[in-house]
Design a protein around this ligand. Structure first.
Ligand SMILES: Nc1nc2c(ncn2[C@@H]2O[C@H](COP(=O)(O)OP(=O)(O)OP(=O)(O)O)[C@@H](O)[C@H]2O)c(=O)[nH]1
Ligand SMILES: [Mg+2]
Length: 318
C-alpha cells in the first residue's frame, strides 16, 4: 500500500477538525483523481459513517436547490453541521445550473457550519458516482451531520449517484408527468419520499392523485412512501419534509435496512472501482502487448469470436 504523501497527511487533522478549506482542498484532490485524495479518504474512512446522507433527485427546475436551501436553514436553526453536494451527471459543462444552485444557496455561504460544493467532473478513476461517494465521505469525516446530495434528472444514472444516500427524495412539481411515467415504467426505483414542490400551483392535487395511483401499483415495502407538499421558496412544508426525512432514517435504522443499504451501496462501489481498474489494465495490455494484439487480429480475421478472445484475455490477467 502506498504511503500517505505530505499533502494528504497535512490535510487529515484540519479535515477531521472540520476546517472548511481543508475539506475543499480534499474534495478537489478526489475530483482531480489525485492519488493523495484517495490516500486521504483511506486515512479518514474509519471516522465516517455517522452523517445522515440525504439525496435529492428530480427534473430540472422543480426546486431541489431551493428545498435543500430551506432544509439547510432548518438544520442550522437546530445547530446541526451540514454540507451540500450538487452533482450534474448529464454534462461536464454545468456552469449555468451550478450558478443557479449557488444563487439559491448564497445566504449560507458565509456560515462556517455549512459547506457547499458543486461537482461535475467525472474524474478518471471510477466515475462520477465514485467521486460523489468519496466527496461525501470527506464531508462526513469533517463532522457534517447532514449531507445533502443533489442531482438533476430522473434516470437510473441519477439514482445510482444518489444511491449513496440513506434516504432518497424525489422532487417533483405539478406538471412533472414524465417523471411519473418513469416511476410507472420502472425506469426509476421508488424513492423513499416524494415532494411535490410549487404546491401553490392549481394542478397540485391532480399531481398528488397521480403519484398515489402510481405508488399503489408499486410493490409495497414496510415503509409507506410519504408525499409531502412544499413551497420551498416560502419555506412552506419544509419542517414536515425534515420530519419525514428524520422518520425515514429512524425507520431504516430500527429495521436494520440502513445497514443493508449501506452494505449494498458499498459493495456496488467496490465492484465499480475494481471493474474500472480492471478495464484500464485490460485496455493497456491490449494496447501494448503483442500477444493481445494478435488475439485481436484473429478476431478481426474472424478466426476467433469476440467472447472467446475476451475469455483468453481474462485468463492472462488472472
Ligand atoms: N412558485 C414557486 N417557485 C419556486 C418554488 N420553489 C422554487 N421555486 C423557483 O423555481 C426555480 C427553480 O428552483 P431551483 O431550486 O433552482 O430548482 P432545481 O430543481 O434545483 O433546478 P436545477 O438544479 O436546475 O435542476 C427558482 O426560480 C425558484 O425560485 C415554489 O415553491 N413555488
Ligand atoms: Mg438545483
Amino acid at each position: 500500500m502506498p504511503a500517505v504523501g505530505r499533502t494528504a497527511q497535512d490535510l487529515v487533522e484540519p479535515l477531521l477538525a472540520g476546517d472548511k478549506r481543508a475539506l475543499a482542498r480534499a474534495i478537489s484532490l478526489v475530483e482531480n483523481d489525485d492519488p493523495e485524495g484517495w490516500a486521504l479518504v483511506r486515512e479518514v474512512y474509519p471516522r465516517t459513517g455517522s452523517a445522515a446522507m440525504v439525496g435529492f433527485t428530480g427534473p430540472p427546475g422543480v426546486g431541489k436547490s431551493t428545498l435543500i436551501g430551506a432544509l439547510v436553514k432548518h438544520a442550522r436553526e437546530r445547530g446541526r453541521q451540514v454540507a451540500v453536494l450538487s452533482i450534474d451527471p448529464s454534462s461536464p459543462f454545468t456552469q449555468g445550473a451550478l450558478l443557479g444552485d449557488r444563487i439559491r444557496l448564497t445566504e449560507h455561504f458565509l456560515d462556517p457550519g455549512v459547506f457547499i460544493r458543486s461537482m461535475a467532473s467525472r474524474g478518471s478513476l471510477g466515475g462520477l458516482s465514485e467521486a460523489t461517494l468519496q466527496a461525501a465521505l470527506l464531508m462526513d469525516a469533517a463532522g457534517k451531520e447532514e449531507v445533502f446530495l443533489e442531482t438533476v434528472g430522473v434516470g437510473q444514472a441519477e439514482v445510482d449517484i444518489i444511491d449513496h444516500a440513506d434516504t432518497v427524495v424525489l422532487a417533483l412539481m405539478p406538471g412533472s408527468g414524465d417523471s411519473i411515467q418513469a416511476l410507472k415504467a420502472g425506469v426509476m426505483e421508488i424513492p423513499d419520499i416524494i415532494v411535490v414542490n410549487k404546491a401553490d400551483h392549481p394542478l397540485t392535487d391532480t399531481m398528488i392523485r397521480e403519484i398515489r395511483g402510481t405508488l399503489s401499483l408499486a410493490p409495497q415495502g414496510d415503509w409507506r412512501v410519504p408525499i409531502v407538499r412544499t413551497e420551498a421558496a416560502r419555506g412552506e412544508g419544509v419542517a414536515e419534509l425534515a420530519e419525514k426525512i428524520a422518520e425515514h432514517r429512524e425507520h431504516i435504522r430500527a429495521a436494520g435496512t440502513l445497514e443493508q443499504r449501506r452494505r449494498r451501496n458499498l459493495m456496488n462501489e467496490v465492484i465499480g472501482l475494481a471493474a474500472h481498474r480492471l478495464r484500464r489494465r485490460l485496455e493497456e495490455s491490449v494496447r501494448d502487448d503483442a500477444e493481445a494484439q494478435s488475439l485481436l487480429d484473429e478476431v478481426v480475421a474472424r478466426r476467433i469470436d469476440p467472447a472467446t478472445a475476451a475469455a483468453r484475455l481474462l485468463e492472462r490477467e488472472a
